[in-house]
Design a protein around this ligand. Structure first.
Ligand SMILES: CC(=O)[C@@H](O)[C@H](O)COP(=O)(O)O
Ligand SMILES: NCC(=O)COP(=O)(O)O
Length: 250
């Protein structure tokens, strides 16, 4: 199964939020992305709503339900009670729990599984009851024991935090070293029967090596670079370029 592409619309929302106007429209650009073959849409609502607003979530849910019933809605965020209520309101197919503090500019690390084991075991269960697949944001530091804890607390998947990999765009040597850790982390998850997603600073240029090392990669969620490319090439052409990088189009 080739890696699925979930288009993260946070960056589009941030551009929209510069003005008190409804464009660029998440619904319209999400529709173009799904028409061009994206497998789903991702949002990461933050408490200050500086990216997607809470009111965007039902709009995206309706777009998927009414026009693209095969597509998946993936909601990422820190598991507060408010975040759970948001998820309960739109029942995403997948929830990705991320250890973000509200003060962080963007996500920059995975869970400390040893420290947060009991917390994660508690918070995951209600999402499973909602019927969501649960994925946990994980550092790609090649620590099989950490992955075993992710499995033990009930996660279905991990999402590899690929920010450090994306940060190596000008150094193939460093990229290879980071990729080794990501690969080892993925191997541990796959050996335990878990699925593996990846996200953060993935690009058309760095995806093929990641997927060569982790051919079972289930899904890449991509926003920042994809939105930048969409400005240059248009959303539909950009989604096709990313799908090619995922191995979906030869
Ligand atoms: C978990 C993750 O890596 C993404 O959800 C990312 O946080 C999106 O980034 P921005 O919200 O900063 O665009
Ligand atoms: N989970 C990562 C994501 O959704 C998008 O990250 P980025 O491509 O905006 O860095």
């Amino acid at each position: 199964m080739p890696t699925k592409l979930s288009v993260n619309v946070n960056a589009i929302a941030m551009l929209r939020n510069r003005r008190d106007l409804p464009w660029p429209s998440l619904e319209a650009l999400g529709r173009i992305a799904l028409q061009a073959g994206a497998s789903g849409l991702t949002v990461h609502p933050r408490p200050d709503q500086r990216h997607v607003r809470f009111s965007d979530l039902p709009v995206i849910r309706a777009l998927i339900d009414d026009e693209f019933p095969e597509a998946e809605f993936n909601i990422e965020g820190y598991p507060t009670p408010e975040f759970f209520d948001l998820c309960a309101g739109v029942e995403p197919e997948q929830v990705t729990l991320v250890p973000d503090h509200p003060s962080q500019a963007t996500s920059d690390h995975g869970w400390d599984f040893r420290k947060h084991q009991a917390f994660l075991a508690d918070v995951i269960a209600p999402y499973k009851k909602l019927g969501c697949r649960v994925s946990l944001f994980a550092d790609g530091d090649g620590d099989p024991e950490a992955v075993a804890i992710a499995k033990a607390v009930g996660a279905d998947r991990i999402e590899l935090y690929t920010g450090p990999y994306g940060g190596c765009h000008n150094s193939p040597e460093r990229a290879a070293a980071v990729l080794a850790g990501l690969g080892k982390t993925a191997d541990a998850a796959i050996a335990l029967g878990m699925g593996v997603n990846a996200g953060h600073d993935l690009t058309v240029a760095n995806l093929p090596d990641l997927i060569r090392r982790i051919p079972q990669l289930a899904e890449a969620s991509i926003g920042h670079a994809l939105t930048a490319d969409a400005l240059e090439f248009g959303m539909a052409e950009t989604v096709r370029r990313f799908r090619r990088a995922c191995g979906q189009i030869v």
